[in-house]
Design a protein around this ligand. Sequence first.
Ligand SMILES: NC(=O)C1=CN([C@@H]2O[C@H](COP(=O)(O)OP(=O)(O)OC[C@H]3O[C@@H](n4cnc5c(N)ncnc54)[C@H](O)[C@@H]3O)[C@@H](O)[C@H]2O)[C@H](O)CC1
Ligand SMILES: [K+]
Length: 556
Amino acid sequence: MFIVTAEQMRAVDEHTIQKLGIPAASLMENAGRAIAEEVIRMCREGDVDRRSEQHACWNDVNGKRAHTGPGDRPAHGGDIIADPALVMEQPGDQQWYMLIGKGNNGGDGLVAARHLVEAGLGVTLVYADAPDALRGEAAVQRDAAAQIGIPALVHGREAVDFSRCTGIVDALLGTGSRGAPRGAYAALIEAANDSGKPVVSADVPSGLNADTGEVYEPCIQARVTVCLALLKRGLVQYPGASAAGRIVVRSIGIPARLAPEHGPSVRLLTEEVLRSALRVDTGRLRAPDGHKGTYGHVLLAAGSLPMSGAGLLSAKAALRAGCGLATWALPAALLPHVIGTVPELMLAAAADGDSGEWNAASADAVLRLAESRDVLATGPGLGRFKGDTDWLRRLWQHSDRPLVIDADALNMLADAGPTGPRDWGKRSAATILTPHPGEMGRLLGMSTPEVQRDRIGHAARYAREQGVTLVLKGARTVIATPSGEAYINTTGHAGMATGGAGDVLTGIIAGLLAQGLNAEQAAAFGVFLHGQAGERAALLRGDPASLLAGDIVDAL
Ligand SMILES: NC(=O)C1=CN([C@@H]2O[C@H](COP(=O)(O)OP(=O)(O)OC[C@H]3O[C@@H](n4cnc5c(N)ncnc54)[C@H](O)[C@@H]3O)[C@@H](O)[C@H]2O)[C@H](O)CC1
Ligand SMILES: [K+]
């Protein structure tokens, strides 16, 4: 599933109308109908009374539990399947308030109102602006609603009291919204939130930045968001993802495949995308006649005295991800401390003049060890040391192996200079960086909140400019490729925010690279697997908060 910006959505919309000749009115009709169907579904299934469903149910987006409309039950011979609007024989005394903005989002709300009236629901329109402010298709829908006799209030002219209504449809602001909601829009959003009634948002919750996921003050807190045509970036990035509630993406006649023609290709990372777009074929990872050499050898340069566990977690994760062999290189004096901790692991001592410090262990020693291995990964538990940026530069410039860079090695990279490591030259093999938002901020020379304000945008730009594959960790991890594509992960949970989880991810990605996956495949599949293993580990433990990074490795 493609994820678009508001501008990209507008361009795809225009293409559909201008080049394909599909009338704008048809798209608005489909949009409004999709919103009405969701409201009707909620009424039929009693969702409106279910207060617990406040947080996003991501599975609705990645298709595992998508609502398929009135035909959920398999049809048998002789069954008569009717529109949901026609089978609501006892809608009861459902009263829905429709908040109508003056743009096309409001037009969608007006179409939805017509369909809800048809289904027998009580509907009241609440215009944010005087109804004559509406233009084009939205004005056509305003007139149709008036002809049908749908009661209407205008904010500021009549009092609006939500206390007796069943639910609220938010069709105030959509992708044409700019900045924080103003005037009547802000007042209606606040009143809707304060009412405690379930809100169904049309396309995006009003008050959300549809591109970045930033929530303005105020912003609708939706129970459900019926996202129209294509998933918007702001709905998959926090805090927007929380404001959206459950997300239902509905097709309205705009071909989704047009999205990459009009902007960057950003996709939701699902099993389907891994198989089709990324061509990850797990069935081919293990040849029936393979031996340990077939599945590759990871060299990990990691760990220091206070953080030897990071190296252990990474190395173990690489093995669990399926590589044939893993060698952990560390300053020679540290080696006796870790012997036997992971018996399957090989250890390589980097001469350190008996100091136990990386500053005495040369980059050339690591390069020599890497020559006979397939992948080089560095960073976990490394710490900072004198001359470390030059140390990393030598690995960058002289290793022809795929290179995974994490943790403190990213901080060394941040010191490469204002234009970033691209000044070190183009590497002959792939480079994967796996920063958390703090490390990403150091790479970009900006604060962590600034990074978080537009995770997809920053990750995609850095990957393209620096020619690397970038994994921006955190809720909804972003995987961005040098060619400008991005994937947003759907697996994992907040329990995985625990020390060492990142080291595990580095190991998984290195382990997958060793088995022959390319950088894009290894990064995306690695992130997906890491999240799945975290979900599994939380189930086994019964409580996500008690998760340890080692549990993720064990659940792989
Ligand atoms: N996917 C599609 O192609 C389709 C989308 N539809 C719906 O249309 C909206 C986008 O409509 P648009 O008219 O461009 O913008 P909005 O309705 O979001 O509102 C713009 C309107 O609001 C005013 N405004 C902007 N920012 C603010 C603010 N911060 N405070 C107050 N007022 C604001 C601005 O002046 C404009 O007048 C999309 O989301 C879908 O819902 C189609 O219906 C089907 C095809
Ligand atoms: K809206």
